[in-house]
Design a protein around this ligand. Structure first.
Ligand code: HEM
Ligand SMILES: [Ca+2]
Length: 763
């Protein structure tokens, strides 16, 4: 499988074939090399010498390996499989032992009322039918990891060799074939509408971007044993500092608002996250939540007694907060893994539960069964809960989905299982849900002969396009700034033109670095409470933990408008060394005096997923490595030095948040590049991206329709789908400070906030 990277070539004329975007650039690189951004050529981190080359805005690197970081520049040391039959039998045995451990150890489960249970809720697998496919894939991946360990031992592979990739031989030719993923069968004619599960989007790799496949990586994983155990210190192989110790020392809560941006940057960011990535925690075979801590949190369950997926977070005795509650252990369960798509042996790769594509899966679900459950099957619409005349999301019948179930409470169901996690997220879900039904209704009016199926698919296609427009036109420029938008070629086309940068060689998958670190920058911008305004004055201040998995307020008539007003007027917090206590002390607290700590969980998740240390990513994006803790400044430097044994141990999420901002954006250079690269691949690697031309894209719009779709905005979405009780005015750009010159409030009914004219969809 090729992993040739996306190119920075910008075409002025439409190419004639898909592959033509790969013609040579005039960059001075040797013939088989192309000039790309450093992040698009991981190999340079390993090579002594790379040729630099000029790109429009900074220096690039002449690259011939692209994203294929396992390419060995020092001549192939890879070996052919020997004794594979033997390994195959042994790995089967080891797998049996692994399963026995799971089944014979005390079946420790979480209390339903505990904060950790809501953390498990957050990684919920939606139906019973989902559980067995997940286990099926995960078990095969685990056996491959065990086989890799055996192979490593037998062949005396070094840690480095495993990182480089021990063999590119496909297991399909061996007795381990039983572990290989089976790609989907695609219909002979290209599908007209994108498949719900993302299959067959890429003709050359039909499983690309599908649910239950692995994240890609920008750099090789770093595991303690090279294969799966968590990373250890560069200094004498000691354990890394406790994730909670890092969290409580570095990420204290201090108020540092950024008035340039509204809370919508936060809330839309989380919604967008949920479309493209969902790592899930391991669970007991009957689906129940695993507990890794002793009852009452007084310590860890000993290694030999607990589930093998346990990786509990140690809480130091002197913890400034948990000390009061005598908590010494925070639950943490490792993520489910999946087999590599090319079916080779190697270290563990984590599984993404949702479609990697930016395809509205957060609205419509990631598999046909989910979509079916969401559709009303009338007039192309999605199901709703009619709450005395107001359309709300359909309700979730599962008793565990939310905290509490009193009379008048509500718990919702949507395309993503995390929907109830916090009430402002529910609000954004509802906006898109109502928009789908609004569009379907209008299409039905224009085309009376369209049936339910056609109306559903056409409305979905339009709503996905609107989602993509809002992401690339309004949201991303706020996060990474104008310069990076230009550099990664992320801006949308204008007027009637199509884009021609689809490239089937671009790997669309979400990178593990993006999901487990860079895009979690969003946790730093969360404000710990929601200010709710009445007609004249503030009516309520809601602490976030109070509305986590508890969205019943959505049933109050005025609440939807009120929360939308809050989201579009209140500021975010700065991306910095501060996390709200709502997330770092009280997250998911429910009725308890304390909750779990998201900052610790992020750090631990990075280690679970084999993230390399921060310094390696600095080098990847072209920054100098850090050599002394003092480079972080006197105060943070001192704190970091006390925690980490080496500067080469610092976790990616930690280092990335502490970086100075990159010009015009919210995040530093490292996160900016990881995010820019991801959103570049999300459009170049998606044949159905809304503005791709009919040459590649069977779902392409007409030029006139495209021109209309590019008018989409979060503000229009709000104007058209709020209840219009409290909310009649809206600033043009919902992500930026409202009521200032250039972003004045305008009447929703007037012409200032553009509308999409659906007349262009009349047959
Ligand atoms: C109140 C707000 C939020 C809460 C309570 C929250 C909570 C969580 C939780 C519990 C997880 C799972 C952690 C784990 O087990 O590893 C998570 C993951 C994540 N969050 Fe947030 N989050 C919030 C806002 C945001 C925002 C604003 C963004 C981005 C702009 C964001 C980005 C992410 C990402 C990228 C992941 C990883 C998802 C995955 O790959 O599974 N979150 N969040
Ligand atoms: Ca998706």
């Amino acid at each position: 499988v090729e992993f040739v990277t996306n190119k920075t070539v910008t075409e002025s004329t439409p190419p004639t074939t898909e592959t033509e975007t790969f013609t040579k650039t005039e960059t001075g690189c040797k013939s088989s090399f192309t000039c790309v951004l450093p992040i698009e050529c991981p190999i340079h981190v390993r090579k002594e010498k790379v040729e630099a080359c000029p790109l429009a805005m900074r220096m690039g690197i002449c690259c011939n390996t692209g994203r294929n970081f396992t390419e060995n520049s020092h001549g192939s040391k890879r070996r052919h499989f020997k004794n594979i039959n033997h390994i195959s039998i042994q790995s089967l045995n080891e797998m049996a032992v692994h399963k026995a451990k799971i089944n014979t150890r005390a079946h420790s489960k979480l209390e339903r009322s505990s904060p950790s249970f809501s953390h498990y809720r957050n990684s919920k697998i939606s139906f019973d039918v989902d559980l067995s496919p997940v286990f099926h894939v995960a078990d095969r991946a685990m056996e491959m990891v065990l086989a890799t360990g055996l192979y490593k031992e037998k062949e005396a592979f070094s840690q480095e060799e495993i990182e480089w990739g021990i063999s590119s031989e496909n297991l399909k030719t061996t007795t381990l074939e039983r572990l290989c993923p089976v790609p989907p069968k695609c219909p002979p004619n290209a599908p007209i509408y994108r498949h719900i599960d993302g299959s067959c989007n890429n003709k050359h790799r039909p499983d690309a971007g599908m649910p239950l496949t692995t994240y890609t990586r920008l750099l090789p994983a770093s595991y303690g044993d090279g294969v799966y155990t968590p990373r250890v210190s560069k200094h004498e192989g000691k354990p890394l500092p406790s994730a909670r110790a890092v969290s409580s020392s570095i990420f204290e809560d201090h108020d540092n608002p950024n008035y340039n941006f509204t809370m919508m940057v936060m809330q839309f960011g989380q919604f967008l996250t949920h479309d493209i990535t969902h790592g899930i925690d391991n669970r007991h075979e009957n689906g129940e939540a695993i507990s890794c801590c002793l009852k009452e949190g007084s310590g860890e369950i000993p290694v030999d007694d607990r589930h093998p997926a346990c990786m509990p977070i140690e809480i130091p005795k002197e913890d400034p907060f948990y000390w009061y509650f005598e908590q010494r252990c925070m639950n943490f369960v490792r993520s489910v893994i999946a087999p590599r798509h090319d079916c080779t042996l190697g270290y563990a790769e984590q599984m993404n539960k949702v479609t990697h594509y930016l395809d509205g899966s957060v609205i419509y679900g990631s598999n046909p069964a989910e979509t079916n459950k969401l559709r009303s099957h009338h007039g192309g619409k999605l199901k709703i809960f009619d709450d005395f005349g107001r359309d709300l999301l359909p309700t979730d019948a599962e008793s565990d989905a939310c905290v509490g179930s009193d009379d008048g409470s509500a718990c919702f169901f949507a395309g993503d299982t995390r929907v109830n996690q916090m009430i402002a997220l529910v609000a954004v879900h509802l906006l898109f849900h109502r928009e789908h039904n609004r569009v379907a209704e209008e299409l039905a009016y224009l085309n009376s002969d369209w049936d339910d199926e056609k109306l559903f698919l056409e409305a979905r296609r339009i709503v996905i396009a609107e989602f993509q427009v809002i992401t690339y036109k309004e949201f991303l420029p706020a996060v990474i700034g104008h310069e990076s938008m230009e550099e990664f070629g992320l801006y949308l086309q204008e007027g009637l033109s199509y884009s021609y940068d689809y490239d089937h060689k671009v790997d669309v998958s979400i990178s593990n670095e993006f999901a487990s670190a860079a895009f979690r920058y969003g946790h730093s911008i969360v404000e710990g409470y929601l200010k709710i305004y009445g007609m004249k004055r503030m009516s309520e201040i809601i602490d976030l933990p109070e509305i986590m998995f508890n969205p019943s307020r959505m049933r109050k008539v005025e609440f939807f408008d009120q929360i939308l007003s809050t989201l579009t007027t209140e500021p975010i917090q700065e991306v910095d060394n501060s996390i709200s206590e709502s997330l770092s002390r009280y997250m998911f607290k429910g009725g308890n005096p304390f909750g779990v700590d998201l900052a610790s969980i992020n750090i631990q998740r990075g280690r679970d997923h084999g993230m390399r240390p921060y310094n390696d990513y600095r080098q990847l994006v072209g920054l100098d490595r850090i050599y002394a803790f003092e480079e972080f400044g006197p105060v943070l430097g001192r704190k970091l030095k006390r925690l980490y044994a080496s500067v080469d141990d610092i976790d990616l999420w930690v280092g990335g948040l502490l970086e100075p901002k990159y010009s015009g954006g919210l995040v530093g250079t490292t996160f900016k590049d990881i995010i820019g690269d991801q959103f570049s691949r999300l459009r170049k690697g998606d044949r159905f991206f809304f503005e791709h031309s009919p040459k590649n894209n069977p779902e392409a719009f007409t030029p006139e329709q495209l021109q209309e779709l590019r008018k989409a905005s979060m503000s229009r979405l709000i104007c058209d789908n709020s209840d219009r009780i409290y909310l009649n005015n809206q600033a043009l750009n919902a992500f930026r400070k409202p009521g200032v010159p250039g972003n004045e409030f305008a009447d929703c009914s007037g012409p200032v906030i553009p509308r999409i004219n659906l007349q262009y969809w009349k047959d």
